[in-house]
Design a protein around this ligand. Structure first.
Ligand code: SF4
Length: 326
């Protein structure tokens, strides 16, 4: 690993100033992804700004929303009484991620910033436009069974690995950030980017910006929810495909719905057209099948991931059935 400077500011402004001044600096909190990247030589940060002393761990009920500090840990958030009562879909998605040990180190802010697990990104002997722009994409003609079926480009076909982010995009969350130009709010669906010609950029954060919290508006999705994750092992594995489903039911009729997928695109993939198919219909398998069909429109597979074209709709249907039965 390269040598690097390490600083531990106690004030938010000092942390932001330190990052804004130095393009080779990075924030570190739990470090559950960043340290791996540094050890493997994927990232060579010259300065780490440890933000663990900043007061950003609170989970608070606000007027009409739940606000979770960026440094709240994934495990405790998943078990928090307010989160379980008001946003059980988020609790389920967090519990599906990683291992208990990692959930007790990883922060909410870090979870949404984790990098893809594309093996070519981690192998510095292989071409990868995300790690080294202009070198090519090893996965395009290589082993691409974990890769995207939506929203990819000829520069990158990687998927975003976070489970939590799939629930947050479905729940219309907002990311609160603070930076050299002040504070701003980013709708969760605009936080992560599609690869386009700049796959090295995963998010729309600007240089020097710090995630301070995530806000989730209150909604009637407190009972009929399901985060359904299909993976190769029962735990400690990334999603092949996942689906976050939330239903508001009036008897057996769907009053409103939220739906998103993970493991299929460079960002958590919200399925608004499929949500519209569900509204006003009975909560039956046939309705869920129609929604899944709409959700998969435009999907395209590569050599090794055609199974996702079948697994995708099946995962959506199973998530919707589990949510309806909850
Ligand atoms: Fe790199 Fe993206 Fe291609 Fe993977 S899919 S090798 S991350 S450019």
């Amino acid at each position: 690993m390269n040598q690097f400077q390490y600083v531990r500011p106690t004030k938010q402004k000092a942390a932001i100033d330190a990052l804004a001044k130095d393009a080779n600096a990075q924030f570190i909190a739990g470090g559950t992804n960043l340290l791996d990247l540094m050890k493997r030589g994927v990232i060579a940060s010259q300065k780490l700004i440890d933000i663990n002393r900043l007061p950003l761990t609170k989970i608070e009920s606000q007027n009409g929303s739940l606000r979770i500090g960026a440094l709240a840990l994934n495990g405790p958030v998943a078990e928090d009484r307010l989160v379980l009562e008001r946003q059980p879909l988020l609790a389920q998605a967090l519990s599906a991620g990683a291992s208990a040990q990692l959930r007790n180190m990883a922060t909410v802010g870090g979870n949404m910033l984790q990098r893809t697990r594309c093996p070519y990104f981690y192998d510095t002997a292989m071409p990868c436009n995300k790690r080294e722009p202009g070198t090519g994409c090893g996965a395009l003609e290589g082993i691409n069974r974990m890769h995207a079926i939506f929203g990819f480009s000829d520069k990158c076909i990687a998927v975003h690995p976070s489970d939590m982010s799939v629930a947050l995009v479905a729940l219309d969350a907002t990311v609160l950030v603070s930076g050299p130009k002040g504070d701003r709010r980013i709708p969760f669906n605009d936080f992560h980017r599609l690869p386009g010609d700049t796959p090295q950029k995963d998010t729309n954060l600007e240089q020097g910006e710090l995630i301070t919290a995530v806000e989730i508006p209150d909604a009637p999705f407190t009972k009929h929810v399901s985060y359904y994750k299909v993976r190769e092992r029962a735990s400690y594995a990334f999603a092949l495909v996942s689906a976050a489903a939330a239903l508001e039911l009036d008897g057996t009729t769907i009053k409103s719905a939220r739906l998103a997928m993970g493991g299929v695109a460079h960002k958590p993939w919200r399925l608004t057209a499929a949500e519209q198919v569900l509204v006003g219909k009975p909560a039956t398998e046939e309705t869920f099948r129609q929604a899944a069909e709409v959700a998969m429109q435009g999907a395209k597979a590569f050599k090794h991931n055609a199974y996702k074209l079948k697994l995708g709709p099946n995962t959506i249907i199973q998530a919707l059935k589990t949510a309806a039965a909850a």
